[in-house]
Design a protein. Sequence first.
Lengths: 325, 307
Amino acid sequence: MTEITFRQALQRGLREALDADPDVFLMGEDIGKYGGAYAVTQGLLEKYGPDRIRDTPISEAAFVGAGVGAAVAGLRPVVELMSMSFSLVAADQIVNMAAKIRYMSGGQVKVPMVLRAPTGGGVQLGATHSQSFENWWASTPGLKVVSPSNPYDALGLLRSAIEDDNPVIFAENALLYGMRGDVPDDEYRVPLGVADVKRSGSDITMVGWAHGIVTLLDAADKLSETGVSAEVVDLRTLRPLDMDTVVGSVEKTGRALVLDENWRTGGLGAEVAAEIGYRCSDILDGPVARVAGADAPAPYSRPLEQLGIPQTQGVIDEIEKTYGL
Amino acid sequence: MYLIRQFEEVCGEMYTRGLIRGFLHLYIGQEAIAVGAISRLQPHDYIVTHYRDHGHALARGVASNRTMAELFGRIGGLNKGKGGSMHLFDAEKGVMGGHAIVGGQFPLAAGLAFSHQYRKTDGICLVFFGDGATNQGTYHEVMNLAAVWKLPMLFFLENNLYGMGSRFDRVRGGGDDFYTGAAMYGIEHAVAVDGMDVLAVQEATEVAIKGIRAGNGPAFIEAKTFRFQGHSMADPVKYRDSAETEAWEARDPIVTFPRDLLAQELVTEAELEKIRASVDDEVAEAVKFAENSPFPPDEELYTDIYA
């Protein structure tokens, strides 16, 4: 075991893949000479050279689509977007090319590509730079979408994502880059499509992912002080969803809360809540409790921005309101 | 060229009979481009094209019967009936689609070209597009990307003057020629060619590809051409006058090329007749093959979403 940061875990995964497979290469905006906007790729250009660590023009549609083309040709590109907010500039290439080219061709080609991007808000970047469109991409057949909540999962999921033969959107909540955690020295994998119980409990199941897990674990600590035993389920993969693990937990606790840090309306949290309601209606003690980000653009001003982001107390209040716990 | 023409004529009939549905865009009038350009490729080269893609597939030697079956939506089709007219694929032959979002194919083509560069082969990617696609951002982004990375990529503009119902000069401020703009991105080899002259297209492509394989980076060819029929089967062609169409039809490569060959005594009428009869048989067989191929079984709805 070694304690490393979330950022270091990602860099370790990238270095391993570059070492292991000559077909793996990286491309993105300022990932080379600059070292990456969030420094995940720092030092890689010096070690692996400009053929494999490719700085691109600011042309998201061009280089995301070029990643698809390279993957179709059998390479294994790891493409970095400077922000998940910019994925919209490449939306056509993500949704119409990466997600569909295999299906439309009748299975003649595959797209072993990873599209990494920092995501989420909370650091006063304003409305256009604080969005989490992995929520949208998770509704698209043909894509896989993951979003880890700690260094262990980040490395294990990245290894699986790079080895996967499908396009994987790898959403890295920017608030987590500095998080420290123990990571085994062996080459473990975290499989795609498998949720994880981050904390066991018997009174309520709290479901979330990525930075939301930090909030839920904090809420679980606080709840335990009042005698409430909360189980925390980390989705880890947003598509395909591992609803069996979620439902298994709810069958044990009889209560459920879903935390989605993004917009409440039409988001992934709504989907998870609907599925819990559909599959667990005769077990639940009440409606599925929901906590979500404000249905508003992210404001710049810190107090306003924080008001729109789910906090620990909001989770506790929602549980009290819904279930009287 | 005659195979493409005959195939497209029959497609039109099949559409009228309801055996082909959805959008159907015929390549009639532009045959000299696909045949002239694709004849210069090597087996390891890639082709990426737009939604008017039957001609490119056939020129690459893709099986006409499986192409027709694809248009019929049958399991025996190239894409198991899941792609349709606008999305023809034959990966073994390097035909990487048929793309129906105008301009969406440029980034894919850049990535395929990049794979050749990364692996240090002499392969290239030939990307076809229409004049309409030049107003999309991806066109400009990828011309720049290809130039700055020196990608082995041939941009091939099929300028048929109309993006659906809009003549290019109603939607473009840059004048009559498109190829002159390539230099702005650092693409040094950019030429125009008569898209109705198959030998001229072949020659221009040969020269361009030679430079690309030599490591000179991307090249650009603009072929001036015309589609004789509407944008799709749904198009009554109210936006252009018949005199313009007739002027282009007088230069129909299906007529002029054999005429020239006969005049130069390079072929006899009997030999031409033999070719035509053989092509007619092939297309008739393709229809039979398509009709006899079943629709995809239900489980195909959910297969091929993931590898």
